[in-house]
Write a protein that binds this ligand. Sequence first.
Ligand code: TXA
Ligand code: MG
Length: 330
Amino acid sequence: MTLDGQQPEAIAAAVDALAAGRLVGLPTETVYGLAADAGNDAAVRAIFAAKGRPADHPLIVHVASAEGVAAFAAEVPPFAQRLIDAFWPGPLTLILPRRPGVADAAAGGHPTIGLRCPSHPVAHALLSAAAARGIAGLAAPSANRFGRISPTTAAHVAAEFGADLLVLDGGACAVGIESTIIDCTRGAPVLLRPGQLPRARIEQVAGTRMLSKEEMSAPDPQAPGTLSAHYAPRAKLRLMNARELRTALELLGADAKNIAVWARTPLHSESRQLVLRRMPDDADAAAQQLFAVLRGFDEAQVKLIWVEAVPDDGAWDGVRDRLARAAASA
Ligand code: TXA
Ligand code: MG
């Protein structure tokens, strides 16, 4: 059942569901989440079961405000506090040392916890109402089945999990790809997953260079957001440059079918069966559309998705990362 998240009755119904240990589809500014009371291990296990996600892959816990951190984190390094002050509420997740005994299931047994304070007004309303009922945080992975495309509308969530799930409709997500994840447990910030926050701004606020996963000697092998194949459409996705795309379309001519193309460069095909969509020139706009475009291509039942490789520029890091993973599954 999908309810309008702007209605107070919808928030009340969602808090009742959470308090009863049930799951709720939650809009955030990045993607929709599948939420449960982070303090209820049985409810959190239901998230893993619904997603088909291995139980040792940790979930992000969402809090209503920066004050919520103390309930879950044992310690906040000064650079992490500066990131919280600058970017929360917003599309930033911090990995922090976990307070022993809290959110065990959500943390997947790891000694750390991923925390984020989302800026979406419906998420904020639900988190505040839940906090008032003694629910300190909501564990919520993206509301998609394991390895598949993250949902950016309420309809996507309903399509993944069926009509039985209570989904709060908060419209189309404004950011469109998942939060930037920074590991703050290693003395210096380590980027685990790029999102739409620019690296330069993060480093300026943190007051230090951000390391990449590759620079760390012991990367955590369990983080699915860090698996090379993830975010996969059903069709095979290939990244090509503009020249390769143009040549391929010319060679196929009127025979091009079961193919979808997403490109910034204007392209032409003689085929009327080719699905051709323009990628925005702006990285934020492209991120906002990315997952909905890939879902749309799957719905059109194409066999191949050809995407123009994105510019080699920091603004495109998040989109480039998601596209590379989608291509790695092909
Ligand atoms: O934008 C987002 O972050 C969305 C919305 C719903 O908030 N959530 C999201 O969750 O993308 P999920 O579960 O699909 O991805 C969370 C990522 C995973 O790669 C997970 O391994 C990593 O965060 N993660 C969570 N807790 C962690 C921890 N303690 N240590 C390392 N990685 C962690
Ligand atoms: Mg996910």
